[in-house]
Design a protein around this ligand. Structure first.
Ligand SMILES: [Zn+2]
Length: 190
């Protein structure tokens, strides 16, 4: 996928096909512009395929840091790769620096970069945890994502409001239950 671009005219043609296939007239009034709008939305929502989110961590800075850094309620919006329907929620992210920290906005960009592609919540959670452990070079990382999957809640398999929770822990967070408990106490301390 590297170096590729999003082919908007191709998306437009495909969306026109879908509209025709469901029995709509792709050329009736407002629908005429829909393929272009979908292509523009997809270019943004799948744009993460053409970037390496770990590069946001290149701007880390050195210092005498060793205490956990925790972010609560980072917005998450992605599309499930099973149905291309949105799942939306929030991520809670923590890591224990090993002498290097990164700006909080860069952590948010890592989450967004991995979310903006066809995804499953479990992999998104693992990718962010791996990034903050491996790419950043921290002593450990932990990620909890809570999200509502519209492919489930819009089709009756689950009631609206049902939340899927996934978590991933790396390094010291995988080894140290007390550290995990401290993180969970922080992110649930509303
Ligand atoms: Zn789905």
């Amino acid at each position: 996928m590297s170096g590729g671009e999003i082919d908007r005219p191709r998306i437009e043609g495909a969306v026109r096909e879908i509209l025709a296939a469901i029995g709509e007239d792709p050329y009736r009034d407002v629908l005429r512009e829909t393929p272009e709008r979908v292509a523009e939305a997809y270019a943004y929502l799948f744009g993460g395929l053409h970037e390496d989110p770990d590069e946001y961590l290149d701007t880390s800075f050195a210092g005498d840091f060793g205490d956990p850094v925790m972010l609560r309620d980072v917005p998450v919006a992605s599309l499930c790769e099973h149905h291309l329907l949105p799942f939306v929620g929030k991520a809670h992210v923590g890591y224990v620096p090993d002498g290097r920290v990164v700006g909080l906005s860069e952590v948010v960009r890592v989450v967004e970069g991995y979310a903006r592609r066809p995804q499953i919540q479990e992999r998104l959670t693992a990718q962010v945890a791996d990034s903050l452990h491996g790419a950043l070079g921290s002593r450990g990382s932990i990620v909890v994502i809570e999200a509502e999957h519209t492919c489930m809640t819009m089709r009756g398999a689950e009631k609206p409001g049902t939340i899927t929770v996934t978590s991933a822990a790396r390094g010291v967070y995988a080894e140290d239950a007390a550290l995990r408990a401290e993180f969970l106490a922080h992110v649930s301390g509303r």
